[in-house]
Design a protein around this ligand. Sequence first.
Ligand code: ATP
Length: 304
Amino acid sequence: MSIAVRAPAKINLFLAVDPPGGDGYHSLTTVFLAVSLFDTVTVSRVRAGDGLTLAVTGPESAAVPVDSTNLAWRAAALLAVRTGLDADAAITLDKQIPVAAGLAGGSADAAATLVALDGLWGTAMAREQLEELAAELGSDVPFCLHGNVALGAGRGDRLSAVLSRGRTDWVLGIALGGLPTPTVYAELDRLRTQRPLPGANDLTGVLTALGRDDPELLGRSLGNDLAPAALSLRPDLRRAMRAGEEAGALGQLISGSGPTVAYLARDAEHAITLAARLSAEGLFVSVRVVSGPAPGPRLSRSGR
Ligand code: ATP
């Protein structure tokens, strides 16, 4: 028997980062949006005692670990420990979400693995139990389990509801190479000791725009405190940000810790025009047209 679950990528429409606390972690205020770029996690039954195996396929599989450091593996191991079951399953990740791109691909896989194995192993976990496991796996995993749109506090793991009326259309510019999230936070701390930085400051604008389905207001309100750090580490992204303005995007921002740049379009048709213009700039390894909100991990196929 096997079960397949689709796991959407996320972008952050707003990300405000506090200075680090005593434990070295930064408190965040963020608006997450799940978008229509999906990994697929497939889990299959194996013989009792065979343990876990992991295979990674797809266009974004190159830099993904296939051992117990993979977040999908960690999710499987954690679910087994908590339910007292033997961790016996074959896991396959079809990676469409670029790695270390600020799109939370690893967290998405972890959330989808919890849902898929809960089905395969028949553990019938309550939603709250899955949420607890998600929070243990990483600060983006609870949102990846939730999907759609949400406001995140704490490390991004304390979620609350956001009213969102319509669909939003985006172009994702996938830049060459990744940016490790801890390096970007360290760069932010370093830059903040040197000078005041422009930051994200219009949370109300983002929330009002989502509630009213007002893409123009949303475009003006997008913000990310990590942008100066990502731009300092990757100066090439400045051109990518300018290219959005020139191509007529309603707004653009670096997604999470980057280096992906998300450009907001007026509607689906505008997103296609925008994608064509941005592709012609030759700044990205790939340009993807996506929309949000996308639902969280759901069973997409199950069979024998
Ligand atoms: P975030 O914004 O949550 O930091 P990201 O999108 O920038 O995430 P990921 O794609 O999740 O980054 O990958 C970060 C690192 O995690 C990778 O460099 C990789 O070594 C490791 N990793 C572990 N499991 C996975 C997975 N299932 N898919 C991708 N990367 C994984």
